[in-house]
Structures are given as C-alpha cells and as structure tokens.
Design a protein around this ligand. Structure first.
Ligand SMILES: [Zn+2]
Ligand SMILES: [Zn+2]
Length: 75
C-alpha cells in the first residue's frame, strides 16, 4: 500500500492491512478510504496478480494506488 503520513504529526504511518494505518508516535489508528482523485467517487478495489489497483466506476478507468486520494478516519 501507499505510505501515508499521520495527519497530526506528519510521520509515516505503519500499514496494518485492510486499509488500517497506525501512527506509532500518536498511538492512533486510522481507517483509510480510497477515493478518485478526479471525481471524488469511492474507488473499487481490484486485486490482480498480487498487485492492488483501483477502479473508478464514475470515470470508468483504472486508478493506481499512488494517484488515488486517501481519506483517513480516526479509529
Ligand atoms: Zn502521529
Ligand atoms: Zn473518478
């Protein structure tokens, strides 16, 4: 998964699987939701050949995990 910085302290967080990130410094977990960087729609997760990609039903195209917009919800 993409490396994400903590919204409060800007340190790189640890990816824990299932779109959950943990900041070691803040001891705070975050649930990431992946949205399209162009239309803002929620992206569908595609897993093919071990690689993770996303698909936007609105734009009708594949999105790479680096171009997607990650929104973090504290847990
Ligand atoms: Zn933090
Ligand atoms: Zn889109």
């Amino acid at each position: 998964m993409k490396e994400l910085a903590c919204p409060s302290c800007q340190q790189i967080m640890t990816y824990q699987g299932k779109f959950v990130y943990q900041c070691a410094a803040c001891e705070q977990g975050y649930q990431a939701q992946v949205h399209c960087d162009q239309c803002g729609d929620r992206l569908e997760l595609l897993k093919a050949c071990g690689a993770v990609d996303f698909f936007c039903n609105q734009c009708n195209e594949m999105k790479s995990k680096s171009s997607a917009d990650y929104r973090l919800t504290p847990q």
